[in-house]
Design a protein around this ligand. Structure first.
Ligand code: GLR
Ligand code: MG
Length: 440
């Protein structure tokens, strides 16, 4: 008995957080086009490390724009002395300490306009998510358990991902150098890109980021994909750029080949109006991105699939809670991705492995990211990632890479510290302004 008590008190002390490190970085990003503009050559991410009294380090990752950094600093300062097991307490602590730095946030759509509402609560959850993942990583390492085991256990050994196709330029405007992918600006270019994704990673389903060209051009690209890959699930996502009539027109043109349409139009009213008049399921990572948006959207059947992003839903446990809500209302669940690195992809794969009814391949930008902060990059095989059974997330931080990407952030004059796809577009087209929606 005495031994057990001693063990448990030693363990509890060992799991206390001694130190927290925050490292903002800039990561290379190719010239991918969307309805707002084009990706900048570098994009910000934030890496979070929590170090326990026993010297175990857990890692997490989240969005790295300025709005996330201040609340992350507040939370990092408040965390030492708490245990990595105190995951529920993280939310209350963040409510307590982050709000001063979130005062500037309001209910507008996020800066890029691509991820739904941008309010203080959602930014706070995106910050907490990185700390939650880092705590889970440390806890898993302390007990020799993979993160999926801490979430109740995996129900699958691998997670399927979909190819994330983009219209794109061969190089960033200005002094940018071409990468190996080349331009994709028409149906042939999109099919060639899809072929490369399929051959290299084995992806079996394809999502095209739309809202870039007039809808008929994007319809032609999806038709070309359907011809090149008969029977494969296809998705088109214009990030809310279309009106209700345009959305219905596109749905009508592509209803025989689309697995779903993603955010064809903006807002619950418009999504509900589209959903009422088409059998093509609607998915979203814009219309439903907070719990507050769930009741109305689900009651009006505005969305049939929620693409959860564990960052803005507040981490892995909260993602599982969202999965329960979706299951209750008969709404499908899959996962959204933004520019992310190996830590977030590992976290996403662990939580995806634990969700029983994951009926759709998840999104991942990962193949577009040539840089990472982990020692061994993830490898897609047959379009899937094997779920790691190693302790924690199963990834190791590459400190040299982290330092180099942080140095880039330090040396940046501010141009790239905030993701701004419209600003990047102005390098090529000085008159470019963020298009109003609906754009078509
Ligand atoms: O599915 C989505 O809407 C996204 O992945 C949003 C992203 O910001 C994407 O549009 C991008 O990176 O251009
Ligand atoms: Mg989307």
């Amino acid at each position: 008995m005495k031994c057990i008590l001693e063990y448990s008190s030693r363990m509890n002390t060992a799991l206390v957080i001694e130190d927290v490190r925050l490292t903002p970085i800039l990561v290379a990003d190719p010239p991918l086009l969307n309805t707002q503009g084009v990706h900048q050559p570098y994009t910000p991410r934030l890496i979070v490390e929590v170090v326990t009294r026993d010297g175990i380090t857990g890692v997490g990752e989240t969005y790295g724009d300025g709005a996330y950094l201040e609340p992350a600093r507040s939370l990092a300062e408040a965390l030492p002395g708490r245990a990595v097991t105190d995951l529920n307490g993280l939310f209350a602590l963040a409510d307590e300490v982050c709000d001063g730095s979130l005062a500037a946030a309001d209910d507008r759509v996020d800066a890029g306009g691509l991820r739904g509402v941008r309010n203080a609560g959602k930014i706070r959850l995106s910050v907490v998510s990185a700390f939650e993942v880092a705590c889970l990583d440390a806890l898993g390492k302390a007990h020799g358990l993979p993160v999926h085991a801490l979430l109740g256990g995996k129900v699958r050994d691998s997670v399927e991902y979909s190819a994330y196709l983009f219209y794109r330029w061969a190089a960033h405007p200005g002094p940018g150098e071409a990468d190996a992918w080349g331009a994709a600006l028409d149906p042939a270019g999109v099919v060639a890109q899809a072929r490369r994704f399929a051959d290299t990673y084995g992806f079996g389903s394809f999502k095209l980021k739309g809202g870039v060209f007039e809808p008929d051009r994007e319809i032609a690209a999806i038709r070309a994909l359907a011809e090149a890959f008969p029977g494969r699930p296809l998705r088109l996502d214009p990030n809310g750029a279309w009106s209700v009539p345009t959305s219905l027109y596109v749905a009508g043109q592509l209803k025989d080949v689309l697995e779903y349409l993603e955010d064809p139009t903006s807002g619950t009213d418009n999504m509900a109006a589209v959903a009422a008049c088409t059998d093509v399921p609607l998915a979203t990572n814009m219309c439903v991105t907070t719990l507050a948006e769930v009741p109305e959207a689900f009651a009006r059947d505005a969305v049939q699939i929620v693409l959860s992003d564990h960052h803005y839903w507040g981490g892995l446990h909260r993602t599982r809670e969202l999965a329960g809500v979706c299951r209750t209302f008969g709404v499908g669940l899959s996962m959204h991705s933004n520019t992310h690195l190996g830590i977030s992809l590992a976290a996403m794969t662990h939580v995806a492995a634990t969700v029983p009814d994951l009926a759709y391949a998840c999104d991942s930008h990962y193949p577009w990211q040539t840089e990472d902060v982990i020692t061994e990059r993830h490898t897609f095989t047959g379009g899937r990632l094997t779920v790691s059974d190693a302790p924690g997330l199963g990834v190791a931080l590459d400190r040299d890479r982290l330092a180099a990407l942080h140095r880039r952030w330090l040396e940046d004059d501010g141009t790239y510290r905030e993701r701004d796809d419209a600003a990047a577009m102005r390098v090529a087209d000085p008159d470019w302004t963020t298009p109003a929606v609906p754009r078509w």
